[in-house]
Design a protein around this ligand. Structure first.
Ligand SMILES: *Cc1c(COP(=O)(O)O)cnc(C)c1O
Length: 359
């Protein structure tokens, strides 16, 4: 695609996306299912194109946040489960049938409502039980699991096709994560069965918690997009080869020399393009493969950078906020640190104004 007229754009390397998925899947023990998390427009990586690559890479099921996202997956994927991770509102329940989605249920009442709707339609609906092992949001609280889960299992209009739980801090608190794992395993030992998908690992947990029975699936988001969720960059994924998929670029619009001899450039991306106004002083962008500091405040349409050390620079030259240029690189993780964001947030915060270039 031609980027010559774009002032700011993201490049998405779908070959890398596909090979990340393939490499993650190949690293799993045999028979472990791959639940591919594609909420928020595949973390900003463009549906439906990304879905095609996830399928080719070996995804066995998909997970989204809500029913709208489930319907978007269904435009491309007809024969794999689409799990809705967040609670479904009462008024939305009939749409579950329309989109062939798998709701996650957090209470016996909710399960009963789905069971009744399914029976009205003369069918049996797959649902997954969401267990709250400490996240403190939705889910059956583990303290009352013995009261609630047997009731859910007894409704004849639904089939419990999985049990899962959300990890709250696998990227930062391994001890707490281990605790969530042991709570989960206790509940699954009582109520799980081999025909259910039993999954808890997210990207961060996949790194340090073995995928072994009772687990028969993992549920990964971030690492598919080539980003390591752990603070410690040496924490390499058990040798899994993942490469960043997304680059964020712009152009020099004008160059000017100041009276003190320094040279600055205005760049064609501002906070309306998702460049956060709150950069700290470590922040750099690449011009000619040289790391250049940001000067002053980020504007709505433009950002000013200091290019005194960047050699010859002309209007139209490429500026890299995230990605590679002439052997140098700015990682999405560093960019996120400089802007006090977490990597997930950076990925989903690039607005539509920024052109998408699909590679
Ligand atoms: C978003 C989400 C994930 C994916 O987490 P990553 O850290 O991106 O791998 C997994 N499980 C649930 C319930 C989620 O909401």
């Amino acid at each position: 695609m031609d980027t010559s007229l774009a002032r700011s754009w993201i490049e998405i390397d779908f070959n890398r996306l596909e090979s990340n998925v393939r490499n993650i899947k190949a690293s799993l023990p045999k028979g472990i299912k791959y639940v591919c998390v594609v909420k928020a427009d595949a973390y900003g990586h463009c549906m439906p194109q990304a879905l095609v690559r996830f399928l080719r890479g070996g995804a066995d099921a998909f997970a989204v946040a809500n029913l709208y996202e489930a319907s978007r997956v269904r435009e491309v994927v007809s024969d794999k489960p689409v799990l809705v991770l967040s609670p479904i509102l009462k008024e939305e329940r009939p749409l579950v049938f329309e989109f062939g989605a798998t709701p996650s249920v957090s209470s016996a009442d909710e399960a009963e409502a789905f069971s009744n709707l399914a029976k009205e339609r003369g069918m049996r609906l797959n649902v997954q039980i969401k267990l709250d092992t400490g996240m403190g949001r939705a889910g059956v609280r583990y303290e009352i699991a013995d009261d609630v889960i047997p009731k859910i299992l007894a409704f004849d209009g639904i089939k419990v096709s999985g049990i899962f739980s959300h990890l709250s801090s696998a990227d930062s608190d391994p001890e707490y994560t281990e605790k969530q794992f042991s709570i989960f395993k206790r509940v699954v030992a009582k109520y799980g069965s081999p025909d259910m998908l039993i999954h808890l690992h997210n990207s961060a947990a996949l790194q340090f918690v073995k995928v072994e029975p009772p687990f028969n699936a993992v549920r990964v988001g971030l690492i598919q997009y080539g980003i390591n969720p752990h603070e410690d960059p040496k924490a390499v994924y058990r040798g899994i080869d993942i490469k960043p998929v997304l680059e964020f670029k712009s152009r020099v619009l004008a160059v000017s020399r100041r009276s003190d001899g320094s040279v600055i450039a205005s760049v064609g991306a501002g906070y309306a393009d998702g460049v956060p106004s709150g950069f700290n002083s470590d922040a750099r962008v690449l011009v000619n493969g040289i790391r250049c500091p940001i000067e002053g405040k980020v504007g709505l349409d433009e950002t000013v950078i200091n290019i005194s050390n960047a050699g010859e620079v002309n209007a139209g030259d490429e500026v890299v906020f995230i990605g590679e240029q002439k052997g140098a690189e700015i990682s999405l993780v560093d960019y996120s640190k400089w802007t006090s964001r977490i990597p997930w947030e950076t990925m989903v915060a690039i607005p539509r104004r920024v052109k998408r270039v699909l590679k």
